[in-house]
Design a protein around this ligand. Structure first.
Ligand code: SF4
Length: 155
């Protein structure tokens, strides 16, 4: 179905002021500290219109840190299911990408993609704030490309 001008305007607005929500599914907090730094005034992820808020129902991007523990698996799925389409997931750090150093632990289910689909993987232990900013920008660029491609196919 071809997007209307109003829908294109809404999509443009969402892409240029995406709201993010964070989920810590079992990390050592190293990646969380780097993510906090990326959101701070020093690195200022907000320059790209990114705003953090607390409800998955209003979030466009879910940023996950840490390996997914068995205990957190259901909560992570529930948060993802509450988000509206289109929705995106960024896995920050080696633990979130694959389970990392914790992958053999009895209480770990695996990386984030063991539970929900992941759009962008950012390895690193810990992932640096500059890399987190690049990953968010890559995700937004992919979002724009996907919408342009869908418009081209529909026309
Ligand atoms: S990738 Fe490293 S810093 Fe990040 S949660 Fe895992 S162990 Fe901690």
């Amino acid at each position: 179905m071809t997007r209307t001008i109003l829908q294109r305007a809404v999509d443009w607005g969402r892409r240029n002021s995406p709201w993010i929500i964070r989920f810590h599914s079992g990390s050592c907090c190293g990646c969380d500290a780097e993510l906090q730094a990326a959101l701070s005034s020093r690195y200022d992820l907000e320059r790209w219109g990114v705003a953090e808020q607390g409800s998955p129902r209003q979030a466009d991007i879910l940023i996950c840190t840490g390996a997914v523990t068995v205990q957190e698996k259901g909560r992570l799925r529930q948060i993802y299911e509450q988000m509206l389409e289109p929705k995106f997931v960024l896995a920050v750090g080696s633990c979130a990408c694959s389970g990392g150093a914790l992958s053999d632990c009895y209480a770990v289910a695996g990386g984030v993609d063991s539970t929900i689909p992941v759009d962008v993987y950012l390895p690193g232990c810990a992932a640096r704030p500059e890399a987190i900013i690049d990953a968010v920008r890559e995700l937004l660029a992919n979002w724009e490309k996907a919408q342009k491609y869908a418009d081209t196919v529909e026309e």
